[in-house]
Each structure stands twice: as structure tokens, then as C-alpha cells.
Design a protein around this ligand. Structure first.
Ligand code: PLP
Length: 407
């Protein structure tokens, strides 16, 4: 390359139509380099005033009246927003509920019950831990077997692997759309079609996809999906997750945690449970209203910018990070452990080196915040609207310094 990394970063920022949005986030004015937007997104500046106004005016002013006036309906309203803005989902199929883990459990139990007589859940060995643990628990409870797809840690599930794993015994296929370690972007429509050809349902974990890559759940004919809101949807620590169930399935599904809020008539307070028609049956108890405030700010911004533009910036950021890794880090023995082909890469990049655990600890001391994932992986999560190319360059230079010091 003829120009220096910092000149290239400055040129990329100058040409980036989304660059001005970075100032909308808390902390943009500080020199901190934040490479963990895929674990916990930065708050928007508008979120503080939104939460304060909610306490003063809505909670403090409306009190119990708030439930009828807006809160009971909020999980569906925000769910529809997530569906429209991020998932490619028509209204009435997405709802905000419990944690990702709990929604995975409810969705998996509902799905396997909808495929009686089938005895297997198919999933991959590098699926996120919570997905693997929940699938194991569901299998144990329902007398099913787990069938594992062994995946390469630097890529993910390929269509031919799924074809080999599914069959007449498959009840459910559980896959991550973007792999949390490698960032492998699975082929959503192809893998969904393979599961359907075997007569199985498919459940996608969208935790690293929602708000980062483009999704078209309705067009892909997806059955169920669950995703996290504190990553690329900037909902804040512990913000509740969302679940999508295709309209063609929802009225035949029964999830296992039957609470009054998922009842057809919660305020009838009757003796027996009857599931609500539609997506509200995926709820169980009182909605986490406070937890749904911050994500509404990010959803508004994502809608204004559009997911296609967000994805284009994401690809440019991860592409620049890989270019700098080749230039600055490869000479010190660091390997890129994420797909180089942008069409198969989500919003983060993993860099592999035996010293990365210590490198990450040293970087945190220097206000460069990536995260560490075994074995030897430094993960750069580049949230498209809050990360600049200059930030990527500053951080990568420091990664190179810390790796070189240990080489
Ligand atoms: C972050 C993440 C989760 C998080 O689950 P919680 O219940 O919110 O802790 C689940 N699955 C994947 C793939 C994730 O990346």
C-alpha cells in the first residue's frame, strides 16, 4: 500500500455517508477505542433523556394507568418495529419477551412439540453455549437425541453438512445466523430450505445478526428465530430479547411457560390456561417495560439509515480491519480466523494468536476494548453506526504493538 493506514482511515471516514451518526452515541467524544459493540452496544445520547422522561412523566405520572394506555401492548409494538426494520418480517410475528436464553427454551420446546414422532434436534458444535445447553435440556425433557454437526471454528455450517445431518427423524434444526466466534454468515435461505425438505422446523439465533446484517425471515420462509437486543440494537445491559414465529405456525404452537400474560384473556383470571391467539402466546409474565426503552432509540436510527446502508458500512469496517491485520499483524504471526469473503462474514472479525489473552488484557489497560474468546481469539466487534475507520486504525496499531511486544 502506498499510503499509511492513518491516511487511508481518514479518507474512508471522509467518504463515509454514515460518519456523522457516530456523534449520536455516548462516548464518541472520548479517545476510547470500542471493539465490543457486538457484545454491548454504546447507548445513544437520546436514551438518557428518554429514560428520565419515562420515570418522571409516564411511570411517575400515569402510574398503573400506563399498563392499559401503552405498556401491555409494548412487546408487540417494539416487536413489530424490530421485524420491519431489521428482520424482514411482516407485523404480528415478532414479540419482545424474556432473555435470549429463556426465549430459546420456549421456542425449542414449542417447535419439537409441533413435530411429534420425530426424535432429533440438529445443531452445530460451535453454536453459542446457551443454545447448546438449552437444546440439551429440551432433548432430555422430551426424550430426544442431539445430532451434532462438527464445524470448522473459522467458518460455520455449510449447506452440504446440514443435508447430511437431517432426515425423517429431525424435529428441529437450531443454527446461529452469524457465528459468535468466527462471524461466519450462514446461508439463511439455503439452510432453511434443507431443513424444510426433511420435514423439520428451523430456529435461527439472530443475536449477532439483528441490526448488523440484512435479514429477510418472511422471504426465507423461516419458522422461528430468537435474537438479542443489547448487542447491535443497543438496548442496554440485560435488555430483553425478541422471538419471531412465522404467522403460518403461530396458532399451532404452544410454548411451555404458560403464564397469565400469554393467556387469551389475562384479566378474566379464569381457572384454566388458554393461549392468546397470535404471537402474544409466546409471552409468559409482565413485560419488561424499562428494558424496552433504549432499544427504541436505536431502532429509530436504524430505520432512518436503513439496514442496507448499515450492512455496507459494516462490510467496509470489517474489510478495513482485515486489510490492517494483513499489513500490521500477519508479520507477527497473527491469523485472520473469520471469512475473508464479505458475503460470508458478519459484523465482527476474530484474530488468532497464542498470546491474545494477555494482549487483550493489556489493550483494556490502554483503553482499547476488544474481547477474548478461546482459543487465542481477539474479537473485534465493529458496530457500524458508532465505529469510525480512524477508531479501527488506532486500535489495530495498538494490537500490533502489544502482539509485537510478546513475539
Ligand atoms: C449474546 C448471545 C446470546 C445471549 O443470551 P442471553 O440469554 O441474553 O444471555 C445467546 N445466543 C447468542 C448466539 C448470542 O450471541
Amino acid at each position: 500500500m502506498s499510503t499509511t493506514p492513518s491516511t487511508r482511515a481518514a479518507d474512508l471516514d471522509a467518504a463515509d455517508p454514515l460518519a456523522p451518526h457516530r456523534d449520536l452515541f455516548v462516548g464518541a467524544e472520548t479517545p476510547l477505542v470500542y471493539f465490543d459493540g457486538n457484545s454491548l452496544g454504546r447507548p445513544l445520547r437520546s436514551t438518557g433523556p428518554r429514560i428520565a422522561a419515562f420515570v418522571e412523566e409516564t411511570w411517575g405520572g400515569r402510574l398503573i394507568r400506563g399498563w392499559d394506555e401503552q405498556w401491555l401492548d409494548l412487546p408487540r409494538r417494539v416487536g413489530d418495529d424490530i421485524g420491519r426494520i431489521c428482520l424482514g418480517a411482516a407485523p404480528g410475528q415478532t414479540i419482545v419477551g424474556d432473555s435470549t436464553t429463556v426465549l430459546l427454551y420456549k421456542a425449542m420446546r414449542a417447535a419439537v412439540a409441533a413435530r411429534p414422532g420425530r426424535t432429533e434436534i440438529v445443531l452445530d458444535t460451535d453454536n453459542f453455549p446457551t443454545d447448546r445447553y438449552v437444546a440439551a435440556a429440551v432433548a432430555e425433557e422430551c426424550g430426544l437425541t442431539l445430532r451434532w454437526i462438527e464445524v470448522d471454528l473459522e467458518t460455520g455450517v455449510h449447506p452440504e453438512q446440514l443435508t447430511d445431518a437431517v432426515g425423517p427423524a429431525t424435529a428441529l434444526v437450531v443454527l446461529s445466523h452469524v457465528a459468535y466466534r468466527s462471524a461466519w454468515l450462514a446461508d439463511g435461505p439455503a439452510l432453511t430450505a434443507i431443513a424444510h425438505d426433511a420435514g423439520a422446523l428451523v430456529l435461527w439465533d439472530l443475536s449477532h445478526s439483528g441490526g448488523s446484517v440484512e435479514l429477510a425471515l418472511d422471504a426465507w420462509d423461516v419458522d422461528l428465530a430468537v435474537g438479542c437486543t443489547y448487542k447491535y440494537l443497543n438496548g442496554g445491559p440485560g435488555a430483553p430479547a425478541y422471538v419471531y414465529v412465522a404467522a403460518r405456525l403461530i396458532d399451532d404452537l404452544q410454548q411451555p411457560i404458560r403464564g397469565w400474560i400469554g393467556h387469551a384473556e389475562p384479566f378474566l383470571m379464569g381457572p384454566d390456561f388458554a393461549p392468546a391467539p397470535g404471537i402474544r402466546r409466546m409471552l409468559s409474565g409482565t413485560p419488561p417495560v424499562l428494558g424496552m426503552l433504549a432499544m427504541q432509540d436505536m431502532l429509530g436510527l436504524l430505520e432512518q439509515v436503513g439496514m442496507a446502508a448499515v450492512r455496507a458500512k459494516s462490510v467496509a469496517l470489517t474489510g478495513f480491519a482485515i486489510e490492517l491485520a494483513d499489513e500490521l499483524l500477519a508479520p507477527h504471526g497473527v491469523r485472520v480466523a473469520s471469512p475473508r469473503e464479505s458475503a460470508r462474514r458478519g459484523g465482527h472479525v476474530t484474530l488468532q494468536h497464542p498470546a491474545m489473552r494477555e494482549v487483550v488484557a493489556a489493550l483494556w489497560e490502554r483503553d482499547v476494548i476488544p474481547d477474548y474468546r478461546d482459543p487465542g481469539g481477539l474479537r473485534l466487534g465493529l458496530s457500524p453506526l458508532s465505529t469510525s475507520f480512524a477508531e479501527v486504525e488506532t486500535g489495530m496499531v495498538r494490537v500490533a504493538e502489544e502482539v509485537a511486544r510478546r513475539a
